[in-house]
Design a protein around this ligand. Structure first.
Ligand SMILES: [Fe+2]
Ligand SMILES: [Fe+2]
Length: 301
């Protein structure tokens, strides 16, 4: 692991300045960019079938096209519901971090700019949920209860690593959806808008994380390796494993069991975390001692 300072074009300050310029040049208002009133075409996927939890299972083989599309509508609603909550969590983590730093520099201004982006995204996911019109489940207790208790411990490293865990995993899936012509235009438009702004967030979190790791003591870094792996373990399976089978009229226990052991679904989870894990390993935030947690998070084979 290197403790060298980055070249001047890659310092967190230089990155933040570039991102502020990029935001000023290209930001989107979901209220006007997306046609919220367009009808939803019948029998059209709400999410790519290969990315659904039951794809390829014996239960899937017994479902007709309409039931499969309905499952895709529920699983898309689940992702929007959790995305909505995780964006709020990012705002909370950033606001806590800024309150402890008190910065008046480009890095602090960009963090505030990102919070403004996330506010628009939260509204967008809320509108999408209204449009999908499926039962609201609330964020699983496993995510909702521990978060306010542990987020004061996050400081710089786990704040930016947690933001990356959510942003990179969703980014990989949403990029694919944005390109998939089989998917409802509304879902594709939401994903397209989101990935175009999230690319800036990922650049910011990566630059900040590199810097925080570079300046951390060995003991501090060791604690944050574990904390980051725990964040992934507590958030990624509830995010990527929607449990809406009862709403679609499927046998719940059996569907859960088949989803859990579904090799297609396991591969989707691992694939969604590929870029994230490569980066966190590169910056020395994942070592073999944490691999069991990353495996349990579903992101490592
Ligand atoms: Fe976002
Ligand atoms: Fe973001």
């Amino acid at each position: 692991m290197t403790h060298q300072a980055p070249p001047s074009s890659r310092t967190p300050d230089a990155v933040a300045r570039r991102l502020l310029t990029a935001t000023a040049a290209r930001s989107y208002d979901p209220g006007t960019e997306i046609d919220w009133d367009a009808p939803l075409p019948a029998d059209t996927w709400f999410w790519p079938p290969e990315r659904l939890t039951l794809y390829g299972t014996p239960l899937w083989e017994r479902m007709n096209h309409r039931q499969r599309v309905e499952l895709s509508r529920h699983e898309a609603a689940h992702l929007a519901e959790l995305g909505h909550w995780f964006e709020l969590a990012i705002i909370r983590m950033f606001s806590r971090y800024l309150m402890s730093q008190g910065g008046l520099d480009a890095r602090a201004f960009y963090a505030l700019t990102e919070m403004a982006d996330e506010t628009r995204h939260i509204t967008m996911f809320g509108r999408l949920l209204n449009r999908l019109d499926r039962p609201y489940h609330g964020v699983p207790a496993r995510v909702r209860y521990p978060f306010p208790l542990v987020d004061p411990l996050f400081q710089g490293i786990t704040t930016f690593a947690s933001a990356l865990v959510i942003e990179e995993v969703l980014d990989r899936l949403q990029r694919e959806v944005a390109q998939d012509e089989r998917v409802q235009p509304l879902l594709r438009a939401v994903c397209r808008l989101h990935v175009s702004e999230e690319a800036r967030h990922v650049s910011f979190a990566r630059a900040e994380l590199r810097e925080a790791v570079r300046l951390a003591s060995r003991g501090h870094l060791a604690r944050h390796r574990v904390l980051t792996a725990l964040v992934a373990y507590y958030t990624v399976p509830p995010l990527l494993r929607p449990d809406r089978y009862g709403d679609v009229g499927l046998p719940v226990k059996e569907a859960r069991r088949q989803a859990l052991h579904n090799p297609h679904h396991r591969e989707t989870m691992r694939w969604s975390g590929e870029k994230l894990l490569a980066f966190l390993t590169e910056v020395d935030l994942i070592r073999p001692a944490q691999h069991h947690l990353w495996r349990r998070a579903g992101l490592m084979a």
